[in-house]
Design a protein around this ligand. Structure first.
Ligand code: ZN
Length: 150
């Protein structure tokens, strides 16, 4: 367990300090904003959709290490997936971080490091904010994603 915790901190800190796919897209098909009032995390996700597939993705935002690392890792995980696959990944991710599913029950690759937040309910919202925002962008919802009622 301590190994997982160490890995968790190492991976999250790496993505927090060196975020991947941060910025904005020149060509953006869909976008959405998200806000987590409990922590103050803010995220904007931009997508370039090509034939139902996430051809490119960027995020901008400010917030805690977990929210920013989650956004960075999400962009890596969903790039190249279809919109449907991305939403399925979110469903699996949510089951993992809420403790509904064990690490071995869902195939999330590196995203499994976020299993560590399940012991901290307020942190779950930090980890899922970027996914709610992605989901809203895919659905084309214009209102801000909020994490209440997670
Ligand atoms: Zn946060």
């Amino acid at each position: 367990m301590s190994d997982l915790r160490e890995l968790y901190q190492e991976v999250i800190l790496d993505h927090y300090k060196h975020p991947r796919n941060r910025g904005t897209l020149e060509q953006c098909s869909k976008s959405a904003d998200g806000f987590n009032p409990l922590c103050g995390d803010r995220i904007t996700v931009e997508l370039e959709i090509d034939d139902g597939r996430i051809a490119d993705i960027r995020f901008e935002g400010s917030g805690c290490a977990i929210s920013m690392a989650s956004a960075s890792m999400m962009t890596e995980a969903v790039k190249g997936l279809t919109e449907k696959e991305a939403k399925q990944l979110f469903a699996d991710f949510r089951r993992l971080v809420t403790g509904e599913a064990g690490v071995e029950e869902v195939d999330l690759g590196k995203l499994a490091v976020f299993a560590g937040v399940r012991d901290y309910p307020t942190r779950v919202k930090c980890a899922t904010l970027t996914w709610h925002t992605l989901s809203n962008a895919i659905e084309g919802r214009v209102e801000s994603a909020r994490t209440e009622g997670e």
